[in-house]
Design a protein around this ligand. Structure first.
Ligand SMILES: [Zn+2]
Length: 408
């Protein structure tokens, strides 16, 4: 639907704002935005969206910042979470983590990979699309979303927009780092708890008690064995199970404990579900002949707007087909901006896709600059030229998608 020369015009408009793009990312890094403390960055992005003449700009009740361009029937989400994890090792950084410093074609700082570049790219792409199509109708509604609290409750900010704000996308682009590949899935994850009960007694009369820790011991040892035999399912690889915490309760340190609880981190590959992960643990408990209970904990959170929410600690695995129209549109667009065939990949970590693709089955992919393995570390750095390529991608993608949909 866009002619070759129109594509070139939009791309060159983004390129002409190259320095503004890089400065925008630097400004986003300079605004510290730890999870639950996103108000300042949300207000900054709102001002930019208004300045760039987005058609609608608002902050939802959860505290996500949302800007819309166009009002066509195909709804596309561009999502970038704008919260970051904390910095506890400022001395280990090559440059101060909140300076947004640019040196020799790279930018450094917390969020330089995970995932402020996507927001900078979305904003400049949105500006280019809006200014080029000033008086013309667009065939899509493009929602650019800066989502809050993703680092603590992946998926919840988009779950909120779909469920409570009643905006449901047809397609979703995630801005988590993919190093300019098209990513189309991730392992899921869940947390589980197992509790055993015993009977307390004085340590001097331990034969009168039942030790809840001893009841837990065979279960822990079977979980360790289970981790080794979990299946490998490509391209997501193998799931995992880890006992991450153990606690017990007794009337004193000189008594037999009557309660024991373990916390478990479970990564889920293809075919592993909430139910299958629960069943495995119940089978272990039965085989140990122990009376114990498995449960999934609930995360209670509060966003910067004061909204309280609960989220069960289960985040489903998802994977989009390699030949899905969204995957094809992503690969085509990436091919245009990279001048070479784009690669497919998947994330090792979890993303907001657990809500859009995992829960709602809405086609979702990711494309962004930056290397996933640098996220959450003192080594966060980004090649600025890759940010420009990503901004080109974001400016062209909706049009590539529309032309694929038209052919389909
Ligand atoms: Zn992230």
């Amino acid at each position: 639907m866009l002619s070759q020369s129109e594509k070139e015009t939009i791309v060159s408009d983004v390129s002409s704002n190259q320095n503004a793009l890089y400065n925008l990312l630097s400004q986003l890094i300079q605004i510290r935005s730890y999870t639950g403390e996103e108000e300042k960055i949300v207000r900054f992005i709102r001002t930019k969206m208004q300045e760039f003449e987005f058609d609608d700009v608002f902050i939802d009740s959860f505290g996500n910042i949302i800007g819309r361009i166009g009002k066509g029937p195909v709804t596309i989400f561009y999502d970038a979470h704008i919260d970051t994890v904390a910095v506890n090792d400022a001395d280990a950084w090559p440059h101060p983590p909140f300076a947004g410093k640019m040196v020799d074609g790279k930018i450094y700082g917390r969020g330089a990979v995970d995932e402020k570049p996507a927001m900078a790219g979305y904003l400049m792409a949105g500006k280019a699309i809006r200014s080029y199509f000033k008086d013309r109708e667009l065939p899509f509604s493009l929602f650019i979303i800066g989502s809050a609290m993703e680092e603590d409750v992946d998926g919840y900010p988009l779950f909120h927009i779909i469920e409570n704000e009643k905006i449901r996308p047809d397609f979703v682009i995630l801005g988590e780092p993919t190093n300019l590949s098209i990513y189309r899935g991730q392992r899921g994850r869940m947390e589980l708890e197992i509790a055993t009960k015993g009977k307390s007694a004085h340590g001097a009369h331990n034969e009168k008690g039942i030790n809840a820790v001893y009841r837990m011991t065979p279960i822990i040892s079977e979980i360790e064995k289970l981790d080794r035999r979990l299946p490998v399912r490509d391209p997501l690889g193998k799931g995992s199970i880890t006992v991450s915490h153990i606690m017990s309760q007794s009337p004193s340190l000189c008594s037999v404990p009557d309660f024991c609880k373990i916390h478990i981190d479970r990564r889920l590959t293809l075919g592993e579900t909430r139910e299958s992960a629960m069943d495995e643990l119940n089978t272990i408990i039965r085989s140990c002949g122990v009376d114990a209970e498995v449960s999934i904990p609930t995360y209670h959170g509060k966003s910067w707007t004061g909204q309280q929410f609960d989220q069960e600690a289960f985040f489903p695995t998802w994977m989009l087909e390699h030949d899905h129209p969204l995957t094809i549109a992503g690969l085509n667009t990436a091919g245009l901006v990279l001048n070479e065939a784009a690669q497919l990949g998947t994330w090792k970590f979890s993303t907001n896709g657990v809500a859009t693709a995992g829960r709602f089955k809405i086609p979702t992919i990711g494309f962004a600059p930056g290397r996933e393995e640098l996220a959450h570390s003192s080594k966060e750095e980004l090649v600025l030229a890759d940010l420009l390529k990503a901004a080109h991608f974001y400016a062209l993608f909706p049009f590539e998608l529309m032309s694929i949909l038209r052919k389909a």
